[in-house]
Design a protein around this ligand. Structure first.
Ligand code: GLU
Ligand code: ZN
Length: 283
């Protein structure tokens, strides 16, 4: 069974940029006859908003985006992440570099590579190999940039003990998800995530990175850039707008959330999505 997923972090309510990505991932996997899952990436309590999970679920429901299985919470997977860390042990080292020490470098300089036994107050990093981490992207085509060279040894467990997004996502997507469709802002994490899946012996999904929705000045819609939350009462017009950004225009007779979603699944075509989406226009 093919499986796709939408994986918001519960740092705030969904905005039009989130809806564009959620809708595209929904349409792509549904058109392929697969299941669409929702996973809440809730592994960073300091950045989370306690009201966000409820708001996100209500918002997706209002927009007809119902997952085919119960919602997945990364916070339920601690055991799986620990066992992944154990498997990775031969490739891990313990980094005590301060933020200040690292500031001068654009990628991790390898300072602590020799520290192979656990140290208190250390971050855990994985040795990144210099091999090529290219892959074929469902939207971008061949992506061959050597992200490893840009990134260096990356963190799998933070100094505060929290599991990194990359490790959690590699564990949750590997073997389980067949298509990850997400925004191009996440392109740089694809190499580390694929690399972790490779080390863990997990099958990587296919990746499709679509353009992010931007404000007129070119900044990406996000919580940090104060993208306005979606109003659930406007679900139909929100969906029409999201479809419009992706390059699709449903006829006016399609006038309910569910019929619009059905129309979208039927007419979705990755090759019609523009390389740059039209700029966001608040309604
Ligand atoms: N939860 C992360 C985010 O919202 C990443 C999701 C993903 O890997 O698709 O930015
Ligand atoms: Zn270090």
């Amino acid at each position: 069974m093919k499986r796709g997923r939408f994986a918001p972090s519960p740092t705030g309510p969904l905005h039009m940029g989130s809806l564009v990505t959620a809708l595209a991932s929904y349409c792509s996997i549904k058109q392929a006859g697969g299941e669409w899952l929702v996973r809440i990436d809730d592994l960073d309590p300091p950045r989370q908003d306690p009201n966000a999970v409820g708001a996100i679920i209500r918002c997706l429901t209002a927009h007809g985006l119902r997952p085919d299985r119960p919602i997945i919470f990364q916070s339920d997977h601690a055991v799986a992440y620990e066992s992944a860390l154990q498997k990775l042990a031969p490739q891990l080292f313990y980094c005590t570099c301060s933020r200040k020490q690292l500031r001068a470098h654009d990628r991790y300089p390898g300072t602590c590579r020799a520290a192979r036994t656990p140290l208190p107050d250390s971050a855990v990093r994985v040795l990144m190999s210099d091999t090529e981490h290219g892959y074929n992207d469902g939207f971008l085509g061949s992506v061959d940039a050597n992200f490893a060279a840009q990134l260096g040894d990356f963190i799998v467990r933070r100094r505060d003990g929290l599991i990194s997004y990359n490790l959690a996502t590699a564990v949750d997507d590997g073997n389980t998800i067949s298509e990850v469709l997400r925004g191009q802002d996440l392109l740089p994490v694809t190499a580390p995530q694929r690399y972790l899946m490779h080390l863990l012996g997990l099958t990587a999904p296919d990746y499709t990175h679509i353009p992010c929705l931007e404000f007129a000045d070119g900044t990406k819609l996000s919580k940090q850039t104060h993208a306005p939350p979606l109003n659930d009462a406007d679900a139909l017009s929100n969906l029409r707008a999201a479809l419009g950004y992706l390059g699709f225009h449903a006829p006016d007779v399609v006038d309910s959330v569910d019929s619009l979603l059905n129309w979208s699944v039927e007419h979705f075509d990755m090759s019609k999505i523009p390389t740059r989406l039209p700029k966001y226009r608040p309604s």
